[in-house]
Design a protein around this ligand. Sequence first.
Ligand code: KE4
Length: 425
Amino acid sequence: MSKSEELFQRANKVIPGGVNSPVRAFRSVGSTPRFIKSADGALITDADGKSYIDYVCSWGPMILGHNHPVIKEAVVRAAENGLSFGAATELEVIMAELICSVFPSVDMVRMVNSGTEAVMSAIRLARGATGRDKVIKFEGCYHGHSDSMLVNAGSGLMTSGVSGSAGVTEGSAKDTLTSPYNDIETVKKLFAMNAGEIAAVIIEPVAANMGVVLPKDGFLEKLRALCDKNGSLLIFDEVITGFRLGIGGAQERFGVTPDLTTLGKIVGGGMPVGAYGGRRELMELVSPLGGVYQAGTLSGNPVAMAAGIAQLSFLKEHPEVYARIDALAERLFGGLKEIAVRAGKNFTLNHIGSLGSLFFTSGSVENYNDAKRSDTAAYGRYFRHMLDGGIYLAPAQFEAMFVSCAHTEDHIQTTLEAAERFFLQ
Ligand code: KE4
């Protein structure tokens, strides 16, 4: 029995599913989760000492690669001053100024501890600001596990084949309306049927929780116009795309300005951090200034801020890293697509920047229903083959692959050779 198998047996006795987040359980790919002991650069190493080229990157945060010296040094230095004070610190000011400096749509920002908390708070703020209850989200988008967002959601829900969750009351779900991604006509209908009642539209400006699905040309602009026309707020959930598609995220890349932005993952440098921000007159509605309450014991934790500041500062000071990881990703995703097609599998590969997914289905994937056509059993066989070959992919078809600054041409070549053995075996 491997150490991972032994640890998984023990874990299953004391943790639901043996994991602290469902998608880590490898249930949809028919394998035993590898318990990771350490990571460095583009590699992660499991409890049995086997190393893998990592394309999960902790689900996005590790854009500089694992164990980056600049981040590690910042964390150690902060920890030496104490772990948590429950009081304001200079590091929180530096973090807030950093975020506001790269997102022109953000005048003020509030730090929280996860993407879920950021979205939950932004939704509450939108409702408080507009006095309206309803929110439009998109099928297959995942915005964390707050009750009102667990409706037709992606990520682990989609992987487990359900679109909602037990325990979410009718009351908390009834105000969440959903539309297929990229379907502006349905959004128009929802606005018409709920005139004056829509507080906000929330979207992943590039969806990455049903696999990666790109917005059609003009889709984000039309959402912006519909929100303006109806007095509703546009929330960009940039937990994945923020600092990933460029230092200014999707709103910079697509040139569409949301009213509120939610952040997570990269913003924490590998530590538990989320954030939400927007125009001053909206953010000044947040407690203690205004009537929208939100709080958190470890919000703005100094050690977590140190990690996030180190990562964001590095990205801001080295904008050339984006061209490099985008080029590496282009080679990876282009190579995977070419191999699949050469094997007679006209699979779909969606990618943008250093984010992408290979769907085990032919035909375009532009929304949740398209993605659901994927052969998840085939994806499971691919995943297990790649894992055996030392390549660590997302243990679910409906997730994304991430390329980091630590990946090299050699890593990409090794990955493509492993994929070639699978598709051309
Ligand atoms: P967290 O609460 O997991 O920090 O963030 C929730 C969230 C919000 N918005 C978007 C666009 C997200 O992708 C996420 C979380 N993403 C998943 C991966 N698809 C986290 C991994 C997991 O659930 O274990």
